[in-house]
Design a protein around this ligand. Structure first.
Ligand SMILES: [Zn+2]
Length: 264
C-alpha cells in the first residue's frame, strides 16, 4: 500500500504496488465511515491480499486481507517510520506506469520494510540500502568502483551528473570528494553486505546518506520530467480508457522470500 487519497465523502483512492501487476490504483468505497469493514486494513505500509473489480475508470477494491501490518510496528518508532515513508514515496515514483509489472521493486520494498521492522540495522542504513538498490533496479545504479565517464580505476570524486565516482581528469566542477570508506559503505549497501555496513563509522554513514539523497533526488526529478511526457502520450492514444466492467482480478500481495505467506 503506497498511499491513499480522499475521494468524495466516504471513499478513498488507494495506490498499491502489487507483486504481479505493478502499480495499481483502486477505489475503496465507504472506508472513511466509522465501522468500515476493511477501512482499517487499507493503511499505508500494509502488505495485503486484495481483490479488485475492474471498473469503468478506476478499479474497485472489494476485499482486503492483511498479511503483514508493517505500519503498526513502524508508527511507534519515528526514525523507522520516516524511513518507511521515504521508501513508499520512492517506490511510488520509481514505478512510473500503472499496471506495468515491477516485481523487483515490489520485492525490494517488501524486503526493505521487513528489515526496518525487524530492527536489526540502523534505520538510515536500511533506507540508504533501499535507495541504492531501487535506483539500480530502475537502471540508475551509481558507478562506485570505476570512473563513470572513462572507466579509469583511480577515482577521486563523486559527481551526481556524471553518474557516480569519477577520475581526476573527468571530474566536473563542484563534484563532492567523499572518503574511500564512504564509497566502500555505498558498495556494501548496494550489495547487501550488512556486516560491513553495520561496522561503518557514523561520519561515513552521514556522508553516504548525503550523497545517496542527492543522487536519488536528482534522478527522481529527472524521472518526473519524463513521466509527464509518458502520461501525455498515453492520453493521446485511443483505447486509453477501459470500457465495461469485469469481475475477478485477484491480486495476491505476497513476498516470495517468505515461505509462510507464499502461495505459488
Ligand atoms: Zn574518468
Amino acid at each position: 500500500m503506497l498511499r491513499t487519497q480522499k475521494l468524495g465523502e466516504a471513499d478513498r483512492i488507494i495506490t498499491i504496488l502489487t507483486k504481479r501487476t505493478g502499480k495499481v490504483r483502486g477505489v475503496a468505497k465507504g472506508v472513511r465511515k466509522t465501522m468500515s469493514r476493511f477501512g482499517a486494513r487499507l493503511e499505508p505500509f500494509s502488505h495485503v491480499d486484495l481483490q479488485l473489480h475492474t471498473g469503468r475508470s478506476l478499479d474497485v477494491i472489494n476485499q482486503v486481507e492483511t498479511l503483514r501490518p508493517y505500519g503498526e510496528a513502524l508508527v511507534s518508532d519515528y526514525p523507522r517510520y520516516t524511513a518507511g515513508t521515504a521508501m513508499l514515496e520512492t517506490a511510488d515514483r520509481l514505478t512510473v506506469g500503472e499496471k506495468e509489472p515491477a516485481l523487483r521493486q515490489f520485492l525490494l520494498l517488501v524486503g526493505g520494510l521487513r528489515t526496518l521492522v525487524e530492527g536489526g540495522h540502523e534505520a538510515r542504513l536500511v533506507l540508504d540500502a533501499y535507495f541504492l538498490r531501487s535506483l539500480a533496479v530502475a537502471g540508475y545504479a551509481p558507478a562506485l568502483s570505476e570512473c563513470a565517464r572513462c572507466g579509469a580505476e583511480a577515482v577521486r570524486a563523486f559527481a551526481i551528473v556524471a553518474g557516480g565516482v569519477v577520475c581526476g581528469a573527468c571530474r566536473p566542477a563542484g563534484a563532492a570528494v567523499p572518503s574511500a570508506e564512504t564509497i566502500a559503505l555505498m558498495i556494501a549497501l548496494l550489495r547487501g553486505d550488512w556486516q560491513a555496513a553495520d561496522a561503518s563509522e557514523p561520519r561515513n554513514r552521514a556522508e553516504c546518506s548525503g550523497l545517496v539523497a542527492a543522487y536519488l533526488q536528482w534522478h527522481l526529478e529527472h524521472g518526473i520530467r519524463s513521466l509527464k511526457h509518458v502520461e501525455r502520450d498515453q492520453a493521446d492514444q485511443p483505447g486509453g480508457v477501459r470500457a465495461g466492467a469485469k469481475w475477478g482480478t485477484r491480486e495476491v500481495w505476497e513476498s516470495a522470500q517468505d515461505p509462510h505467506i507464499s502461495r505459488a
